[in-house]
Design a protein around this ligand. Structure first.
Ligand code: FO1
Length: 316
């Protein structure tokens, strides 16, 4: 019986793009997407889970195509009004997006878990793919800058990634447990591939891999692990990846990202622009177009990534 479940690790906008591509080429019940929750924070009295929402909106086809986060066809009356009242308007919450944060906060306060809330919201948005937070336990990415430790969204949004990054920490991660649906899937013996989406390795993927037991569960699954490089032509497609890598002392290259994943990778999908520098990354390299602008790009990269995983299995 061929292995049929694909488990994708996703954070940020790049991760959501490939997750959408995978959802277009796989039956819904053959894809489980693990969402990073390290970006989560409390703001305006609301519990906000940006990477879960970016993923959910992309899979539901209601994401904002210009930014990749938040919803399309948005209005901003709430933001205008709270700004006029002297409230915090640096983290842009559209009126439609706001409803999700208010409803998630209400349910969490009732004692529902983040995964229960996520599952019901995905169902209501018509998403068949299984979207699971990496853990229902609290994990918060913190960034050490000259002024000390700050929350990730303060660094990323309020300060627009300007501060120099001296270090990262994932508060709570050592006490966090991988969500049971993830460990159950990885133990099923039924996993076709584990895909590490082209997300920022430090802020979107590492929180997931640092959860005790997660890395071992991925390795023990027996499935090929294939990552897509988030670097194209020595630059990050979006966000602070390149600047952060330099400030943390890493070379900004596809090879450096692969090295960060260590011995986890069996396959690595690298853009044509970076084909030269990935000679010995300890994983089988596939050169492909990794920039995803169109839906077709997302779908094609998903097929390439799955093809690379299948080839690794057939040549074992
Ligand atoms: N990213 C920004 O750069 N500016 C924003 O104002 C902003 C608002 C926002 C609201 C809801 C949401 O789900 C995501 C939002 N993001 C915003 C993205 C967020 O900062 C994510 O953490 C990044 O995409 C990195 O993962």
């Amino acid at each position: 019986m061929s292995k049929r479940l694909v488990v994708a690790l996703s954070g940020g906008v790049g991760g959501a793009k490939l997750a959408l591509g995978l959802s277009l080429v796989l039956p819904a019940d053959e894809l489980l997407v693990v969402a990073n929750t390290g970006d989560d924070f409390e703001h305006l009295g609301l519990s906000i889970s940006p990477d879960i929402d970016t993923l959910t909106y992309a899979l539901a086809g209601i994401d904002n195509p210009a930014t990749g986060w938040g919803r399309r066809d948005e209005t901003w009356s709430f933001m205008d009004s709270i700004g006029a009242l002297g409230g915090e308007d640096w983290f842009r919450l559209g009126d439609r997006d706001l409803a999700l944060h208010v409803e998630r906060t209400r349910r969490l306060r009732l004692g529902q878990t983040l995964s229960e809330v996520t599952s019901d919201i995905c169902r209501r948005l018509g998403i068949g793919v299984h979207v699971v937070p990496m853990s229902d336990d609290r994990v918060r990415t913190r960034v050490r800058v000259d002024a000390g430790w700050i929350d990730f969204q303060d660094y990323f949004v309020r300060q627009q990634c300007r501060p120099v990054v001296h270090g990262l920490a994932f508060d709570g991660v050592m006490l966090a447990r991988p969500h049971a649906d993830i460990t159950a899937a990885l133990r099923s013996g039924d996993v076709r591939a584990v895909i590490v989406c082209p997300s920022n390795p430090f802020i979107s993927v590492e929180p997931i891999l640092t959860i005790p037991g997660m890395r071992d569960a991925i390795k023990a699954s027996g499935a090929p692990v294939v990552a897509v490089s988030p670097i194209i032509g020595g630059q990050a497609v979006k966000g602070p990846t390149a600047k952060m890598m330099r400030e943390l002392g890493f070379e900004v290259s596809a090879a450096a990202v692969a090295a960060r994943y260590g011995d986890l990778l069996d396959g690595y999908i690298v853009d044509h622009a970076d084909a030269d520098g990935v000679g010995n990354v300890g994983a089988r390299v596939t050169i492909a177009k990794t920039l995803m602008k169109s839906l077709h790009d997302r779908e094609t990269l998903a097929r390439v990534t799955l093809g690379a995983a299948d080839a690794l299995v057939s040549q074992r």
